[in-house]
Design a protein around this ligand. Structure first.
Ligand SMILES: [Zn+2]
Length: 208
């Protein structure tokens, strides 16, 4: 139960902090089993991290209120460096935040986390008109080559588009950031892609 690490593949042999993914997976198992420990929320922890932050993972997730990384991975203050946008989309500013975490804070793991029934991807699939800057989100999804390759009459189009968007963001981080690319090549950083099941509370890692 809980986190299913099927189809999991590492990008590179990891030489540092190889237990960080395991720590997240175990936390998600606790959450999905409704036995969270709520670690690192004490006054003592606040005092420790007031001196400086040492998060062990970057999580890029959707802004959706049902997918808060600290809760679903059962982690606490100072544990995760989180970037959240609708559809877990990233551009220059978001990638800059990730670079800060991996370059200055030496975070060894990035998790790109999507979820079922993602409203941003659903809006694109439905083809509805989007007002204001919401249109920017839809246009960004529409421009992803991975999304374009999904057939219009695909019976599971939403699911496949959500996974295509995750593959796109995971690749985009490596293509657009030489800092991230170099860290991966040196075996100092690893990127994994996960999808969250809203009903089970479980994260499944996707093949990369
Ligand atoms: Zn979403």
């Amino acid at each position: 139960m809980g986190l299913v690490a099927c189809q999991h593949k590492m990008n590179q042999p990891v030489t540092t902090e190889s237990n960080t993914l395991e720590k997240l997976l175990q936390g998600n198992n606790r959450f999905a089993a409704a036995h969270p420990l709520h670690p690192d929320e004490s006054r003592q922890r606040m005092g420790e991290i007031a001196k400086g932050q040492h998060p062990f993972a970057v999580v890029i997730s959707c802004s959706d209120s049902r997918v808060p990384p600290e809760l679903i991975f059962d982690q606490g203050l100072g544990d995760l460096f989180v970037i959240r946008t609708a559809g877990n989309l990233v551009g220059g500013l978001e990638i800059g935040s990730v670079e800060y975490a991996v370059e200055h804070l030496q975070v060894p793991l990035i998790v790109v986390l999507g979820h079922e029934q993602c409203g941003a991807i659903k809006a694109f699939v439905d083809g509805s008109e989007a007002p204001g800057h919401i249109k920017d989100i839809i246009d960004s999804i529409k421009a992803e080559p991975e999304i374009s390759s999904i057939a219009k009459d695909d019976k599971d189009r939403l699911v496949h588009c959500i996974e295509a968007n995750l593959r796109h963001v995971t690749l985009q981080l490596q293509v657009q950031s030489f800092i991230i690319r170099e860290k991966i090549e040196k075996g100092e950083l690893r990127i994994v892609t996960g999808k969250y099941d809203l009903e089970k509370g479980a994260v499944t890692l996707l093949k990369q």
